[in-house]
Design a protein around this ligand. Sequence first.
Ligand code: PMP
Length: 435
Amino acid sequence: MNVAASSDASHGDALCAALAAAKARYAERRPESRTEWHSAARVMPGGNTRTILYFDPFPVCMTGGSGCSLVDVDGIRYVDLLGEYTAGIYGHSNPVIQAAVIEALRNGLSLSAHNQAEIRLASVICARYPSIELVRFTNSGTEANLLALATAAAFTGRERVLVFEGAYHGSLLKFGEPRSPINVPHRFIIAPYNDIDAARAAIREHSGHLAGVLVEPMLGAGGCIPGDPAFLGALAEEARAAGALLIFDEIQTARLSTGGRQALLGITPDLTTLGKYHGGGLSFGAFGGSAELMSLYDPRKPGALSHAGTFNNNVLSMAAGHAGLVKVLTAETLDGLNGRGDSLRARLNELLAGIDARFKLTGLGSLMNFHFTGEPACASAALSLLFFDLLERGYYIAPRGFIALSLPVDDPTLDSFVDAVREVMLSRAALFCGR
Ligand code: PMP
């Protein structure tokens, strides 16, 4: 073994030992979370019904939240910097959302019919997103993407779909490593993200068979890697030339402006999918596009496609979503939130570079992700240790290093978070800093 390899191995061992100790400390402070997880494991596989929330040795069990603060069953408080993986943009107790939900409940929950709340929300969405003339609602972002792909296939009469390495479009549409055996059986072609030549070649090679190109304007679960504007522009151009539909999954990136990232880039996809905060924090999904395309679903037309879904127009999501968009998420509010995110990312990157830390952040606006810049084999342990160290100091981010700011996160909170990151890095200097 050469000297560099042996020092990598001992660094990896030290990291694993520190991680084991951090997990032991985490477990010791949280007996009630452990008990709840044991109860859960009797009725759900691994005690879990949403894979991303599980982590070793057992996941934290939250009892409630207020503003941007969370409390767990052991009474430990956290600053919530995860914001329900972007769906929780309003925080936990926004009075506008609460009032809308209560009013909807008072008016009757299960109306078995068209309702006014769905018209109001659809109107705001169509007014906001340049590509959406007509919209339909679903129950989740996964479902929205499934419908968008089905729409592309039905419209073009073709079956192949171009997607990108590292993309996440829902629980049945994952394109990271390892490959998911439970993806829907479309004929996917997978190209590297942000590689114009490879995408162009793939689109040209499959031209004539390609129904659509499905892309996140920024890889979200893939680590907050912004799509290069030239790459996204080339996709639009090539898809059009090939007669395939360009589908923007803006389920995370919609929050970058009132018109999503598409408005910022000046690119108008054929279809757009939305989710997350558009339901005010309740379950939600939507897909929309030009009137010509979406009219495939017009039930007045002979042979129209049928799109069912008991809860597609549920009044709680419709009412909360509308109130949030109209009364809270103005252009100024969104700009403020994204500005705080840009500034946090810049400050953290400056801090990390200044102390020679082996981490950096990527992202756009209020969305960002830590990356370990040391040996790739150690990345997962390093991010996990960072997660436990931040948790120990009362900050809740995703175990993979993802942060999504919500509106109640203010500047003093972010100042304290920057201090906490500095403290973690310096207290772990041997593992986290230096080349
Ligand atoms: N697309 C993207 C970009 C997402 O981030 C997500 C959720 N993380 C989805 C689709 C799936 O949305 P849902 O969890 O509502 O099914």
